[in-house]
Design a protein around this ligand. Sequence first.
Ligand SMILES: C[S@@+](CC[C@H](N)C(=O)[O-])C[C@H]1O[C@@H](n2cnc3c(N)ncnc32)[C@H](O)[C@@H]1O
Length: 307
Amino acid sequence: MNQDNPQIWQEAVTDLETLLDFIRFGATQMSKSDIYFGHGTDNAWDEAVFLVLEVVNLPYDLLPQLYSSKLTTTERQSILELFQRRIAERKPAPYLVGRSWFSGMPFLVNDQVLVPRSPFAELISRRFRPWLQKSPERILDLCTGSGCIGIATAVAFPEAEVLLSDISAEAVDIAWQNIAYHDLEDRVSAIESDLFTALPGEQFDLIVCNPPYVDQEDFESMPQEYHHEPQIALTSGFDGLDFTRRLLKEACNHLTDNGLLFCEVGNSCFALDAAFPEFNFTWIEFENGGHGIFVITAEELKSYFQA
Ligand SMILES: C[S@@+](CC[C@H](N)C(=O)[O-])C[C@H]1O[C@@H](n2cnc3c(N)ncnc32)[C@H](O)[C@@H]1O
């Protein structure tokens, strides 16, 4: 029980009854705490909804009248324990339940992979239009983590063969679990690789990549929740661009002639524009929030790096 105010938590076990009671209670307790919301939700209410619905294993589009359903004692205790852990440990909620949502799909996660939250989800729902004119046959999700971007892209392009790759063996293991979770073993696979090292001679029509890109200064000031994520998933040198510099140089060898590279660099977009003034990066605008994803063609990369 929470030592700051044990009584209120003891009362909650007996006084609260319904799903809505628990969501309201969790939202109140989390609002009063100093936790940070940035891993799938941006406020205490949505965080409480996420935790409660994960425990009772019910969907987010639950019928409104079901919010008045009563919970069993075991469910009540599990939910209260999760609220308390979220506040005391400041771990992102998806790590506490082992699951996260991206692009409307569930993904298994643990603290060896980043919690999915990329604006890539919107691009996937648009099937990368207007930049992508033709359905890609081979897709690479570089820096795949849980596999969320590559797997959601595979679902958007049901004919494509998709490869997920990551430098972390633990991430590749989770990516494989998510491939199986979504029954995609027939056309999606995962491989451990430092950038393209394990992929010599391989070419793709579409490369999607959400690499580590947080600069040192931003990393140090990030709320505690982010420090539960693997640092290799977040930082990449002093200005956050060590990985992206290597990627830009090597990607043209792994793209087909009409291939496209979509890559996220978040707040490091300004540093990237400054580092490569000769490139005309196309920065994508998002309706649902988010920024810092560029698209560049194989042709443009080749003309610069193979000139
Ligand atoms: C920002 S996370 C993205 C994870 C996932 N794509 C997502 O959007 O949730 C970056 C990932 O890049 C991986 N990574 C870091 N350096 C790498 C490298 N040199 N080669 C391949 N993957 C790398 C990390 O292990 C981590 O899983």
